[in-house]
Design a binder for this molecule. Structure first.
Ligand SMILES: Nc1nc2c(c(=O)[nH]1)N[C@H]1C(S)=C(S)[C@@H](COP(=O)(O)O)O[C@H]1N2
Ligand SMILES: [Mo]
Length: 402
């Protein structure tokens, strides 16, 4: 393998679309971070987010900011941490690759960057807990009470995970790829680290409509910031954010799914905190079809006539699915107006949309539902689950008559 900064053709061509965006952001972002803790304070000042919890930091943008562009600038990109941002000394940092491999690897970030082709993949990251606040209105659930802003779309740059795995040599019997972060925290008296795994098939997947998973070091063409996983993270397009492990220290190839808490127990749909349910439920991987009204916000006065309504929509995270249709209703779901999608349909990516919706003096609520290219539509209601994951019911925004 030789050193290169080649951008992968199938995914780069599409980026013209989002190119203008990166412009404004990259003036801020286009410097190299020396790494780690020292720059954290400075970085945080640039984050234009609602802080849901300070330690660990959990923060999301106001929804109007998500509408500014198809590519979300880092300053408006949600941050979801389970533990304090780890202090990482970039010089001594190593990523190890072991388990069912012929030749275990230990690489500095610089070695990874020199040895592997750099690919650039555009993919939406979203937390399985996005819209948990609405979930809690069915019946309260614990955890960070996210609005609908735990989502963002970015260009991610790094080595293909499959190239890294192939360099190590995948052994017979391999079925899953584990990721481990270096961030740790105390949970019920135990020190736990954040981790998880994905099926090997997903780790190796790549195709015309299926951008590859990455061992990533760049977000929107700048080095990852401390909050987003500097120096390395995985990016698994189409999967819930939890599978894109930040501060990635170790990859393990295995014959089974990871035993890490965040794969084996958390991030499952259960209705009660029982051992039996946790054991039996499947780990969550793909994110569900979703759609949200970003503007107008709740409680805004809207005059009768045609109201301009805008938001985002996301296809389910399956191979090839894109956002097909977005519909908005001002009369409780009897009539629907089809929204105009702003951008070209892209797999594993959201789209932004606008609709001019008839509003009368009786209208008290705007509703959206999105449908993807495989015909999956947001349901009117969803079943409650203990952790408040995967909320994708019709999004409703109360408005006031003007
Ligand atoms: N090491 C580590 N990786 C992590 C997490 C974490 O707490 N620690 N949070 C995960 C979750 S739940 C989400 S939704 C995404 C969020 O990525 P972001 O903070 O870059 O938006 O990171 C994932 N990767
Ligand atoms: Mo998440």
């Amino acid at each position: 393998m030789k050193r290169t900064s080649r951008v992968d053709a199938p995914f780069s061509r599409r980026h013209f679309l989002g190119a203008s965006v990166v412009g404004a952001g990259s003036m801020l972002l286009g410097r190299t971070w020396p790494g780690g803790h020292e720059v954290r304070a400075a970085e945080r000042e640039r984050l234009d987010l609602i802080v849901r919890s300070k330690m660990p930091l959990n923060a999301e943008p106001t929804l109007d900011k998500l509408l500014q562009d198809w590519i979300t600038p880092v300053s408006n990109f949600y941050v979801r941490n389970h533990a304090p941002v780890p202090k990482i000394d970039a010089a001594s940092f190593r990523l190890s690759v072991d388990g069912l491999v012929q030749k275990p690897l230990e690489l500095t970030t610089a070695e990874l960057q020199q040895k592997f082709f750099k690919s650039r993949v555009t993919a939406t990251m979203t937390c399985a807990g996005n819209r948990r606040e609405e979930h809690s209105r069915i019946k309260p659930v614990g955890g960070v009470q996210w609005g609908a802003g735990a989502i963002g779309n970015a260009h991610w740059g790094g080595a293909k995970l499959k190239d890294v795995l192939q360099a190590a040599g995948i052994k017979e019997g391999a079925r899953h790829v584990w990721f481990e972060g270096v961030d740790e925290h105390n949970k019920s008296g135990e020190t736990i680290i954040f981790g998880g795994s994905i099926p090997l098939e997903k780790a190796l997947a790549e195709g015309e409509m299926q951008p590859p998973s990455l061992v990533c070091w760049e977000m929107n063409d700048a080095p990852l910031t401390p909050e987003h996983g500097f120096p390395l993270r995985t990016v698994v397009p189409g999967y819930i954010g939890a599978r894109s492990v930040k501060w990635l220290g170790r990859i393990v190839v295995s014959d089974r799914p990871s035993e890490n808490h965040y794969l084996a127990t958390a991030y499952k749909l259960v209705t009660e905190d029982s051992e039996a349910q946790w054991k039996q439920a499947d780990a969550l991987y793909e994110f569900p079809v979703n759609g949200v009204i970003c503007v107008p916000g709740p409680g805004v006065e809207v005059a009768p006539g045609r109201a301009r309504v805008s938001g985002y929509a996301l296809p389910q995270g399956t191979n090839g699915a894109t956002v097909k249709k977005v519909e908005v209703s001002g009369d409780g779901g009897r009539r629907w107006v089809t929204a105009k999608l702003r951008y070209k349909a892209m797999p594993f990516c959201w789209n932004l949309w606008d609709a001019d919706v008839p509003v009368t003096a009786q209208t008290r609520e705007l509703i959206v539902r999105a449908t993807d290219s495989e015909g999956r539509t947001q349901p009117e209601r969803v079943d409650w689950n203990l952790k408040g994951y995967m909320f994708n019911a019709w999004h409703r925004v109360p408005i006031d008559p003007a």
